[in-house]
Design a protein around this ligand. Structure first.
Ligand code: FAD
Ligand code: EPU
Length: 350
């Protein structure tokens, strides 16, 4: 018998960073290998609706999750291979992401510094290929180990099979198929630091750092993020609520002709451009807007916030109105970044 922890009617309000209420009819948490094996043998893990819950920083409970909710809470980190130039690091799904970033830097390994302070755990990092300040995690992932609910087997997916894109991967596209158990990262001992994203060089200068090392970049990014984004420990939020829309280059040029101040960035696909959703939302007048406890952050227009007792349905309704006004003014569709549970984006039942 393993140590699988099972709870009926488990409250989820403290398990999501929006701090909205929801209930799991059955919640299972695996803290060790034996519990994980027990979980994989469990019939409802194979059949029916499933939500794998990490730290709840990229989802919105617009209703209760319809089936089993599981948490993969194994927390080991090991170096599998190492030579002078690089190492292969394996981290279990339940390791906190920012802890892993600092663990790798502390072990003389670079690469993850621009991704410091992103909330959530390691198991969720490949789901939307977390990215910030000019880096995406997929660049450093060698293998994702995941339970495949279709075949009932534990599988190892190489980077190509993960099909990483901007806030996208095979795991996000094949919604409920995969349960990520561990991630293996190939990290260099030294690499060219990425300092070009707006604000990094200025922050390093403010820290009086002339010759930055990776740990300085992590600190600069941490300082920038702390200033720019609302802290979920203070006010409920899930980071950017919408993805930055990607449009064909000629569409971006036409928008720029009409709205000269609209920030436009390159996309991974050279035929596309990324538009600043925050700028468009702010331009529609939503920044700092509040309907009861559901609001748009006054600090960053791309972040929806819960001022106290908003429900997921109220936040979803606000999100839908924000997206509608951006579509009417700019002709651009905004897509939510977080996973929405219990309803569709337009508010209809899931
Ligand atoms: P959860 O929110 O619990 O889950 C998110 C999704 O992943 C769900 O679909 C869930 O089912 C799935 N999932 C989680 N764990 C597993 C698993 N083991 N196996 C299979 N599926 C799983 N994201 C960025 O990319 N860049 C940013 O800069 C960034 N900044 C943020 C800032 C703030 C203040 C906040 C609140 C969020 C931010 N995010 C950012 C979003 C969020 O931090 C990431 O998406 C993170 O990876 C979510 O981790 P989590 O453990 O909280 O996942
Ligand atoms: N801007 C506004 N109004 C605002 C905020 C920003 O006009 O209220 C403008 C800024 O002036 C800037 C542009 O929008 O020109 C971009 O702003 P920022 O650098 O803050 O980046 P972002 O596009 O809003 C993205 C990611 C973040 C990530 C940062 C840094 C998405 C959806 N969001 O935000 O990721 O941390 O870049 O790399 O890609 C997340 O995914 O949850 C997240 C926070």
């Amino acid at each position: 018998m393993g140590t699988l922890r099972l709870l009926e009617n488990a409250p989820l309000v403290t398990r999501n960073t929006f701090r909205v209420p929801a209930t799991a009819s059955l919640f299972a948490e695996a803290r060790d290998r034996a519990a994980l094996d027990e979980l994989f043998g469990y019939a409802s893990l194979r059949n029916g609706p499933l939500l794998v819950l990490g730290e709840g920083s990229n989802l919105l409970f617009a209703g209760d999750p319809p089936g089993l909710v599981v948490s993969i809470a194994l927390r080991g980190i090991t170096i599998l291979e190492r030579d002078d130039d690089r190492a292969l690091v394996r981290a279990d799904a339940g390791v906190n992401w920012n802890d892993l970033v600092h663990w790798t830097l502390g072990h003389g390994l670079e690469g993850l510094e621009n991704l410091a302070l992103i909330p959530g755990n390691v198991g969720a990092a490949p789901i939307q290929n977390i990215g910030a300040y000019g880096s995406e995690v997929g660049e450093f992932i060698e293998t994702v180990e995941a339970f495949d609910r279709d075949s009932g087997e534990l599988r190892r997916l190489g980077r190509a099979a993960c099909a990483f894109g901007y806030r996208d991967s095979v795991f996000k596209r094949e919604g409920e198929r995969w349960v990520v158990v561990a991630v293996e990262f190939r990290l260099p001992s030294r690499h060219e630091l990425r300092l070009d994203y707006a604000g990094i060089r200025e922050e390093l200068a403010a820290m009086s750092i002339d010759t930055p090392r990776a740990s300085h970049v992590a600190e600069a990014v941490t300082r920038l993020r702390t200033r720019k984004l609302p802290n979920p420990a203070v006010i409920g939020n899930a980071g950017s609520f919408f993805k930055n829309p990607q449009v064909a280059a000629d569409v971006a040029t036409a928008l720029k002709a009409e709205h000269a101040a609209l920030p436009i960035f390159p996309a991974n696909n050279p035929a596309l451009r990324k538009l600043s959703a925050a700028w468009m939302i702010e331009n529609c007048g939503w920044k700092g807007h509040r309907d009861g406890d559901a609001g748009v952050s006054a600090q960053h227009a791309l972040v929806l916030v819960n001022h106290g007792h908003a429900t997921g349905a109220q936040l979803l309704d606000l999100a839908h109105r924000v997206a509608t006004s951006v579509r009417e003014r700019f002709g651009v569709m905004l897509e939510p970044e977080p996973r929405i549970i219990g309803a569709r984006f337009d508010g209809s039942p899931a």
